[in-house]
Design a protein around this ligand. Sequence first.
Ligand SMILES: NC(=[NH2+])NCCC[C@H](N)C(=O)O
Length: 592
Amino acid sequence: MSTSTLPSIPGTDPERSPLDAFKIAVAASINKALPEVSLEAAYKAADIGRKGVDFSVAVARFKLGGKPDPWAKKVEESFVADDFIESVKAEGAFLSFTARTTSLTRNVLTTIDHFTNQSPTGQPSYGTNESGKGKNVVIEYSSPNIAKQFHVGHLRSTIIGAFLCNVYKACGWEVTSLNYLGDWGRQFGLIAVGFEKYGSEEELEKNAIRHLYDVYVKINKDAEEDESVNDAARAYFKRMEDGDESALTHWRKWRELSIERYKTEYERLNVAFDIYSGESQVGKESQDSCLKQLEDMGLVSDSDGAKIVDLEKYKLGKAVVRKKDGTSIYLTRDIGGAVERYEKYKFDKMIYVVASQQDLHLAQFFKVLELLEYPWAKSLEHVNFGMVQGMSTRKGTAVFLEQIIEEAAKVMHEQMQSNEEKYKQIENPHETAQEIGITAIKIQDMSAKRINNYTFNWSRMLSFEGDTGPYIQYAHVRLASMERKNPNLVPLPPATEIRFELLSEAKARDIVFLLATYPDVVKTAQERHEPSGVVTFSMKLAHLIASAWETLIVKGEPDEQKARARLFLFIRARDVLGAALRLLSITPLDRM
Ligand SMILES: NC(=[NH2+])NCCC[C@H](N)C(=O)O
């Protein structure tokens, strides 16, 4: 069976995406019976069917005139089985195509094996595609504020952003990831004043993020009671804005030490950035020149000494672009920053992963860039997400990212210790607990559509039952243990020597079919900027595997060829589950 006998349809890739071969065969048989339906149109109409139906085609979509039923019948009557499609049935206005099981199994499992073990990139690459070849995207995410709380909005941005970077890479894009720190603004004036009173170089070196936060909290309290603290802070920040070196040295050190600390914490989350940028890095010149352009275009008006751009026409309110005292603001920095980034990266697309609370802010600065007639303004996208209630540790509110990670690890560790036997077998229980804990957080976060709000719930997300991270990791661990547990069957022979026809059980077919959909899952996730589809896929696969153990036994199966074919199936399922987890920025575990 070879895909070379199939007609080629633009946009399809049967070499990488095994279902494409079958959908093309479906399209060819429709096009043969109804030449007025193009191959492309027929291919697009080949949907994955519901229960028991491989591919379903709604004939009405072709708009052939009259009732669709006779047209469907016509396809059924002229159908000739081939290597890919075994039969078709016309049911009213619908056609149901059935793929040949052995072809499907062989094609899917061989493809996965190929892209895992002989991957052209050297990295497992089943599910990847080249739709973004030659294009580059800048993805800004996480973007916490130095000396302030790392709140759940930053956590979500980190999780979703890391996923987007992976999924864009999987679709062939060149990705630049960028962390836009809140490292500028009046709070640094306050911290400078506070540091003189409460600061400690030693504490700063130990943990800059914590120490700066402590100082900030303390001085904020003082400022509430003593207005002169605020005056001093304002004066100090003004010096920073004016580029006064003596005011900038401390700030520079705080920033560097904070970044160092962030880096190690992100590493625990399996997250890394190409660039640590920040509000401080946006040049005065680019902000001023945008402002000047806006003024020249007559778009700026005065409001109590502040400068504003009226966006009421677009239902986006009035945007302040310069404060009364002349200091720069968040919005203007974003405008200037985007211009600078375009000059630097010439991106085809730039994505901002920011909570939906800032929908208006992003819409405003996108609109201003559009009014400034930057042609690339159209290629900016805001990937937003809903709120999370109740993220806290058992001791109270979580303020730092490390508290969240540590709490997840601790709760998971206690949970693991409750099974003494198993616990003893784990080599590095602390790391494992941390990894499962992080998996739990990420899976909970990406399970539903990103725009939804949800409630943070430690016990629910850390449970081994139900649709949780630990449940998926457990499925991976079981799959990963198969080779270890069946030393007589390994190493497995190459795919060409596997007897795929022995995988005839419905359970095996269900697994194969699900694995075949993975390349489409990746593509859709990229198009919609939506990780939930990948989580759903992983969950389905984990459930299917769990329900297959008893039917598809390997250890104890007397027919060695059959046992091998089943092992091959499970190992390929492991490959794909591992790929899906990695796409979600989760490290798949081999033991737990
Ligand atoms: N380009 C941007 N405005 N990105 C979002 C930055 C988020 C900001 N630091 C915050 O915590 O609210």
